[in-house]
Design a protein around this ligand. Sequence first.
Ligand SMILES: C[S@@+](CC[C@H](N)C(=O)[O-])C[C@H]1O[C@@H](n2cnc3c(N)ncnc32)[C@H](O)[C@@H]1O
Length: 243
Amino acid sequence: MRPRRLLLGVVAAAALFALVGALARWRGGPRARIHRAAVAQASCPTGRLAGPVARLLNRANRGMAAETLDAVGDPGDRLLDVGFGGGALMRLALERHSRLRVAGLEPSPEMVSRAQREFADEIAVGRVDVRAGAIEDIPWADGAFSTLVTMNTPYFWRDRGRALAEISRVLGPGGKVLIALPSEEMQRRLGLDAVGHELVDPDELAESMRAAGFERVETATMAVERRRGAVLITARAPYTRRG
Ligand SMILES: C[S@@+](CC[C@H](N)C(=O)[O-])C[C@H]1O[C@@H](n2cnc3c(N)ncnc32)[C@H](O)[C@@H]1O
């Protein structure tokens, strides 16, 4: 064999080994484990990392919270943030609307404890109420809220039909609902599907809302998140209760 061909063969074999090695690390190695752990924290911040994750979420999603609240306009007297994470949107809502009472729902016990400390003064005077739970079973009475917001949560919902029924139940007829989420492409780039979460097409979610009786359902690309491709769904809770 000529030396040049031998050299090419060795280089090709080395490249192949490197590629297979990289793929193995990607599929099951440390990188994949870190990715799984990061998504697990985003889906329910827990343990020692919960504090740093909450601060990270607040920083990363402050702009999205501001734009979501801009779109709310007048929130009425009671707003619920479902899956509030670090609570940035709740804080902003309190600052913007001096008479608004704000509630927060979170499945993560660490996020609930953190919010109880963070909002201790507002909780003492009845302006804030934080509870543990999930969107599929919201622990407040029918018609308890005039506005419901949720950011970056739909791909973590376990049951969309139940979630929409609960949103509708806790809002009075015509109550405002705003759902902010990354585009499906962005969700894919974040690798949510690689760790078992179902990607959510915002248009398809909007369609499910229409089918569930929500009215004035609209989707818009969020200005602040245009580069990352986030979508805001705005709607009104059904005026007539189904079932
Ligand atoms: C990516 S974080 C977003 C936090 C915050 N909304 C924000 O945008 O900064 C997703 C949050 O949704 C919460 N979550 C996960 N599953 C949920 C469910 N079924 N119902 C309500 N919240 C849920 C998680 O605990 C987590 O705090």
